[in-house]
Design a protein around this ligand. Sequence first.
Ligand code: SF4
Length: 114
Amino acid sequence: MTASRIRREKLTIRRMIALYARRCPQALPDEDHYSALNAYADKRLDKCVFGENKPACKQCPVHCYQPAKREEMKQIMRWAGPRMLWRHPVLTVLHLLDDRRPVPELPEKYRPKK
Ligand code: SF4
């Protein structure tokens, strides 16, 4: 299978973070902060236990983000989500479709032992 889902999700997150950092009045005036957050999100996606079959992160039972980073990403998505439709309609529609995908079973090696 190709890495298209993860690649596309990285691109969507990059666009959302960039939009928030440039336009949101609550954004920190610190580009390095958002570059680091983007790198963190990329790393989480590279290590996602579901791989290409991942659910939307907000539906995920694993939640691999650190709590503070998770909160910040939620804040960014809440602000940037509705604004993305006009700027990046294809990415936004695909992201909304991803949100509706059922959460797959955890891969066997990550399931709790019985
Ligand atoms: S939150 Fe869940 S779906 Fe998102 S990257 Fe982490 S493990 Fe994967």
